[in-house]
Design a protein around this ligand. Structure first.
Ligand SMILES: NC(=O)c1ccc[n+]([C@@H]2O[C@H](COP(=O)([O-])OP(=O)(O)OC[C@H]3O[C@@H](n4cnc5c(N)ncnc54)[C@H](O)[C@@H]3O)[C@@H](O)[C@H]2O)c1
Length: 360
């Protein structure tokens, strides 16, 4: 039996609590939020939660707690994760690792020093379709993958304008660090890793320069409860475009939290000389090799059926973490395997700031 504390009871906790609730090897000793009502609300819904607290140190000082979940805004990932590791706890930390590569590296080193697991919430690695795609790449079905194109573009849906998501000091960046992190992590994982040679990018913060006059499509401003257009800050990228050369081929991409194009375009194209595939983000893919078209099974399954209906990949991600702290075997989302894509995000921001290509 593993004893868990969950720190941060906001939106993403609604994916982790149900998975922990149905795992027979888990006790949820604490739900913690600085807004205690949020932790109390979680307790009402998930019967396994034993206590609600607003100070995470109570959980860190409890010798019974084996592991903590860090589900807070990005800039708090570093402080809370470091404190938890030093207190001898395993940690599951949501993506992005933190606001930059340098601090991410420190977190990885601390986990190693304390001999504790530190897993990152790159949940798409647990999508069954991704595993199939990865196997097809390994089996040579694509031949030489010479280029990958990523599109993570949506129309006028900047999250929580003026709040933690759009304040660089708190988030580390905008659409690149929030959505791009998943896309580049997937490319890295599916290709079986790569070494970055050089990168170039341009990031823009154009669509909500005047926060008060920004118009979003009804129902599309998620994280609206964190928005603060009166006194808040918006200094992050709402559009970014770039090009990356690696030892395995090149990657080009466009990402938009907001754009004056209505369609959402969320996909990754893997272009090989024998075959290619378009992966719909969060779902399945279609593979084409000139003669045959193969579609992967959809991962939008909710099995095993639980009363809470969460996507299977979140269930697998949580079960994988509990297994890894039980067996001592690193899960596929261990920080060691996620660092290279954090380095990439950092480099892309740097290239845009300096307005030039960055070499590694
Ligand atoms: N894996 C995914 O697909 C995915 C999806 C959404 C969000 N996320 C990540 O999850 C994290 C949280 O995002 P969210 O959308 O749930 O945000 P949110 O604002 O809804 O929730 C964050 C919660 O943390 C609480 N909090 C802040 N500081 C705290 C502290 N010191 N102690 C305890 N609680 C504290 C806040 O009060 C809030 O309730 C972000 O890093 C985000 O990038 C990941």
């Amino acid at each position: 039996m593993k004893v868990i504390a969950v720190i941060g009871c906001g939106r993403i906790s609604t994916k982790h609590f149900p998975a922990l609730q149905v795992n027979e090897n888990v006790r949820i000793k604490y739900a913690c939020d600085i807004i205690i009502e949020k932790a109390e609300k979680a307790k009402e819904k998930y019967s396994k939660i034993e206590n609600v607290i607003s100070d995470y140190n109570i959980a860190l000082n409890d010798s019974e707690v084996d592991a903590v979940y860090v589900l807070t805004p990005n800039f708090k990932h570093y402080t809370i994760t470091m404190a938890a590791l030093k207190a001898g706890k395993h940690v599951f930390c949501e993506k992005p690792i933190t606001v930059n590569y340098e601090l991410s590296l420190e977190m990885a080193k601390e986990a190693e020093k304390q001999n504790k697991m530190l897993c990152i919430g790159v949940v798409n690695r647990f999508n069954k379709a991704i595993e199939t795609l990865r196997d097809m790449v390994k089996d040579g079905k694509f031949g030489n993958i010479y280029h990958v194109y990523c599109s993570f573009r949506s129309c006028r849906c900047i999250p929580g304008l003026g709040g933690a998501f759009t304040n660089k000091a708190e988030s580390g960046g905008g659409v690149l660090i929030d959505w791009g992190v998943h896309f580049f992590d997937l490319v890295y994982y599916v290709l079986g890793g790569f070494k970055i040679k050089n990168i170039t990018s341009n990031a823009y913060s154009e669509m909500a320069k005047d926060m008060k006059s920004y118009v979003y499509k009804k129902g599309t401003m998620w994280a609206e409860d964190t928005s603060d257009i009166e006194n808040g800050v918006n200094d992050v990228d709402d559009f970014i475009s770039g090009y990356i050369r690696t030892d395995k081929g090149s990657i080009s991409f466009n990402g938009a939290w907001a754009q004056n194009i209505e369609d959402n375009e969320m996909f990754i194209d893997f272009l090989g000389d024998k075959g290619g595939a378009r992966l719909s983000y969060g779902g399945n893919f279609t593979f084409f090799d000139g003669a045959t078209i193969t579609s992967s099974a959809s991962d939008i399954s909710f099995e095993p059926v639980t009363e809470f209906k969460i996507p299977d990949m979140f269930l697998q991600e949580n079960n994988g973490f509990i297994d890894s702290i039980t067996t001592g075997e690193k899960a596929r989302n261990h920080i060691e395997y996620v660092l290279e894509s954090a380095k990439l995000l950092d480099g892309l921001y740097k290239s845009s700031e300096l307005d030039k290509e960055i070499s590694f």
